[in-house]
Design a protein around this ligand. Structure first.
Ligand SMILES: [Mg+2]
Length: 293
């Protein structure tokens, strides 16, 4: 087990999350992007980073994911800073868990009893692939467990598995998409990953149009393009994130989550370097102790 690799993935994830958020708020973003310049500091991160940090802390504390404990830790973290950009359904689920409703009950009740197949399980799971980098079966089990408090639908779980296995593959210098396809259960997310594997020679914009950019905030329209970007530029953190940003032509793309997934995976490649200036621009991890601080 490697807490250091989980932390490294969290750094990449949070830088991606924060840069993605900033890119949607910066007036001259297109000019910056065209010249490969990034927005001025500070880059504030969102719920993706808040929840991923909870996962890393739980792994450091317990050595594995205890779903009941994770659900309470997610809800406590949410209650401290509910304005971090949580989606409406996650907001509802975490509010109820914080009120004492068991996660099994509330997470299974949403979307007419099917549970969420959103991208929230995938946005936070990459550090698990670093933590268990020597055991891919463990990565699959722990990633699936990490999705459950908010995403019980099989495809929501598949997204969490895919992002964590991608991080495992990156840290072991294995081909990302083929390795992910070996371990991701059948469903719409896996179908998108299969299409991504066939898009080796297209531009980021073409890949984004074919695979989706999180407009529906689902796992299957978010994870395939994110992992296509990480796979295309494996070993190069900056190039992976720029590829993702080059694919985003509409304002309603789920920028922070796409880049969180790319960053959490790309940071683990053996030669990857997170630019120190980007880490410095990112708001420090941890957040405020109290929302009114
Ligand atoms: Mg977010």
């Amino acid at each position: 087990m490697s807490g250091a690799l989980a932390r490294r993935s969290l750094d990449g994830l949070s830088v991606g999350d924060a840069l993605g958020r900033c890119s949607s708020l910066t007036a001259d973003w297109e000019e910056l992007r065209a010249t490969r310049r990034v927005p001025a500091a500070p880059w504030h991160w969102t719920d993706d980073t808040a929840m991923a940090e909870v996962i890393v802390r739980e792994l450091e504390l317990r050595g594995s994911i205890d779903v009941d404990a994770l659900a309470i830790a997610f809800a406590d973290r949410f209650a401290r800073e509910p304005q971090r950009g949580y989606g409406a359904v996650a907001y509802h689920v975490l509010t109820r868990i914080h009120e004492g409703v068991p996660w099994r009950q509330i997470a299974s009740s949403v979307f007419s009893g099917q549970g969420s197949l959103g991208n929230g399980g995938a946005m936070r799971s990459a550090p698990i692939g670093g933590f268990f980098r020597e055991d891919v079966e463990r990565v699959v089990r722990e990633a699936e467990a990490s999705a459950l408090p908010t995403h019980v639908h099989p495809d929501g779980r598949a997204g969490a598995i895919a992002a964590a296995v991608a991080a495992y593959a990156a840290s072991n210098a294995l081909p990302i998409l083929p390795t992910v396809l070996e371990h991701t259960p059948p469903g719409d997310t896996r179908a998108g990953l299969e299409r991504a594997l066939g898009l080796a020679d297209v531009s980021p914009l073409e890949a984004a149009r074919a695979l989706g950019t999180g407009i529906h905030v689902r796992s299957d329209d978010t994870v395939p393009f994110a992992l296509w970007c990480a796979s295309r530029h494996a070993g190069d953190f900056e190039a992976s994130l720029w590829a993702c940003l080059d694919g985003l032509e509409t304002p309603d793309a789920d920028r922070d989550t796409l880049l969180a997934i790319v960053g959490g995976v790309a940071a683990l490649a053996p030669r990857a370097v997170i630019p120190p200036a980007w880490l410095g621009a990112r708001e420090p991890l941890g957040g405020r102790v109290h929302p009114n601080d």
